[in-house]
Design a protein around this ligand. Structure first.
Ligand code: CMP
Length: 155
């Protein structure tokens, strides 16, 4: 029985424009992760800069904020055993030419600046990012009928 975690997934504006939202979310659903929050957002610069604060001093920061605010994106909260590591692995390496085929970036992306998805990289980041993107009441807890076939007893 592994620890149940929640993590933030963003399908960035390139994913929305390329009409890949359904295919990306379907991968996580098929894997067995549970959607516990979901919204379409056109994010303002203040939230974008806070979300990417660790990159504030990087040369690509301004372009990154321009890109993430350029159109609507989809923010999802996903729950499951080891969800943080699972979502990171399914997204693939940040630089798409290093992303394994079969991962989202390995299958759909070629540019680091337009790498389709973002996911929290640690439990601390997941907590902070979920609080940034979702109000507490927007994160739901519910049972799925399939959970007994996906989760270990007691999860
Ligand atoms: P993400 O997982 O959202 O986290 C930080 C983002 O910065 C990363 O994905 C990329 O989209 C972006 N990024 C990282 N390195 C570069 C780079 N060299 N040029 C442009 N964007 C970058």
């Amino acid at each position: 029985m592994a620890e149940l975690q929640r993590t933030l997934l963003l399908v960035k504006p390139d994913g929305v424009q390329r009409q890949l939202v359904g295919r990306v979310l379907a991968r996580f659903e098929e894997r067995g992760l549970k959607l516990v929050g979901l919204k379409l957002v056109h994010v303002d610069r203040a939230l974008a800069e806070e979300h990417y604060a660790v990159h504030r001093d990087k040369p690509f920061f301004r372009g990154l904020v321009d890109f993430i605010t350029s159109g609507p994106l989809v923010a999802a909260a996903l729950e499951g055993p080891n969800a943080i590591a699972i979502v990171r692995a399914m997204n693939g390496a940040t630089r798409p030419h290093e992303a394994a085929p079969g991962s989202i970036r390995g299958d759909f992306a070629v540019e680091t600046a337009q790498n389709l998805v973002h996911a929290s990289d640690s439990p601390e980041t997941a907590t902070a990012e979920l609080a940034l993107w979702f109000r507490p009441e927007e994160l739901l807890s519910y049972q799925r009928e399939i959970d007994r076939w996906v989760l270990a007893p007691g999860d």
